[in-house]
Design a protein around this ligand. Structure first.
Ligand SMILES: *Cc1c(COP(=O)(O)O)cnc(C)c1O
Length: 401
């Protein structure tokens, strides 16, 4: 008989995920297990211990029911997953995946639109360890395929790309990696498992910054990697060797965030789309980089592969200078200025990808060279009409000088 939870639709699965009766006991939520030490009844009990087994409390560093419930929930949301590992931040999850899969002498291919700290990790840690990184334009499949060599072991993808929001043909990129004997790791933070089924689209490991949508309230730093069996076993062993463990309080916050994630994503996606449509009609705006917006670059791939969006997107000003962009951002009253995103509050930051890109052009081919200063918006749970009014008054301030 099929399990009614496995067959359920998304909202139901987000409510049920990870709440196994053996972990919750008689209460709704899995309790927070604050514990380092497991006490054994006697030496015979100690001898029967299974120190390396999951789902068996042995020592705090190997996790507790609170951690297992979050891992179980995240694995359950990802078709094809063998398991999930937790890391103290999204960046630690990326480094955990790369250090888990790569050895000295290997080559890593990294998408040119990857999250900036991933690039720093490649330059400042992987290179000194003897792991070479080559960057590629994720929209140029021929150049990407040509970049493989017999030493290429891992490909790091991100879709949509950080800041610039290129939607990549992940199934094609992952299939090419597989054909060359390389694993593909996707930073799936933007869509999350409910918006993009990463493993089902061919990648071997899906990284999430749980800090963003899963936490949802700007009060948590946490990351995860959900992977197929071979990759999971390997990552798990290296995570244990490295002593990776997260606080059970943080795991409980992430579980709490999951329960409302579907509602929050529906709301921020709808608001972001309304704001993106409004921006597309403004004379101050040259490009709206929002995959959910019909007609925008990447929209067709997004419709083909994704089952959801989120509140994060960017736009490019038409011909304004840095001073004008600064006036715009400083004039916003409802948008905070800050990194991160996925919280309940809206944020804006300037974006200048040309600073870090090495394998792809910015401004993009075909754009007017004067249209290059961007702004990234993270749309929160405010009323979108208020956010639009705030942007309208800030555009007026921008051009008043
Ligand atoms: C924020 C972010 C990360 C890193 O997550 P932290 O929890 O801040 O370390 C990784 N990838 C993407 C795409 C992000 O936006």
């Amino acid at each position: 008989m099929s399990d009614p939870v496995d067959d359920a639709r998304l909202g139901t699965r987000l409510v049920q995920a990870g709440r196994r009766a053996e972990w919750t006991g008689p209460v709704v939520n899995v309790p927070v297990w604050r514990s380092s030490t497991h006490l054994y009844a006697d030496c015979a009990d100690l001898a029967r211990g299974r120190p390396n087994a999951d789902g068996h409390f042995y020592y705090g560093r190997r996790g507790s029911p609170t951690h297992w419930a979050l891992c179980d929930a995240l694995s359950g949301l990802e078709p094809g997953a063998a398991g999930t590992l937790l890391y103290p931040s999204g960046l630690a999850a990326i480094s955990g995946a790369l250090l888990g899969l790569l050895n000295a002498g290997d080559v890593l291919l990294m998408s040119d639109n990857a999250y900036e700290p991933s690039r720093t990790l490649a330059d400042k840690l992987l290179r000194p360890l003897g792991i070479e990184t080559r960057w590629f334009d994720p929209l140029d499949l021929a150049a990407y395929e040509a970049a493989f060599c017999p030493r290429t072991k891992v490909v790091l993808l991100e879709s949509p790309g950080s800041l610039t929001m290129e939607v990549c043909d992940v199934p094609a990129l992952a299939a090419i990696a597989r054909a060359h004997g390389a694993w593909s790791v996707l930073d799936n933070t933007w869509a999350g498992p409910t918006g993009f089924a990463a493993l089902a689209h061919g990648v071997d490991a899906s990284v999430l910054a749980l800090t963003k949508h899963v936490g949802g309230h700007s009060d948590l730093m946490l990351g995860s990697v959900t992977a197929s069996a071979t990759v999971h076993d390997r990552l798990r062993e290296r995570a244990q060797i490295l002593g990776q463990v997260v606080s059970p309080d943080d795991a409980a916050l992430a579980l709490r965030g999951l329960r409302t994630m579907g509602l929050r994503l529906d709301r921020t996606t709808a608001s972001a789309l309304a704001i993106a449509e409004w921006l597309a009609g403004r004379s101050e705006v040259a490009q709206v980089l929002c995959p959910m917006l019909p007609g925008a670059t990447g929209h067709d791939l997004w419709r083909r592969d994704f089952t959801g969006g989120c509140g994060l997107f960017s736009f490019v000003l038409r011909g304004r200078d840095v001073a004008a962009r600064t006036r715009l951002i400083d004039a916003l009253r409802l948008f905070g200025i800050g990194f991160s995103w996925g919280g309940y509050e809206s944020l804006a930051i300037p974006l200048d990808p040309q600073r870090i890109r090495t394998a792809s052009a910015w401004p993009k081919p075909g754009w007017d060279a004067a249209d290059r200063l961007g702004v990234r918006l993270a749309i929160g749970l405010e009323d979108p009409a208020d956010l639009i009014a705030d942007l309208a008054q800030a555009f007026a301030v921008m051009d008043r000088a």
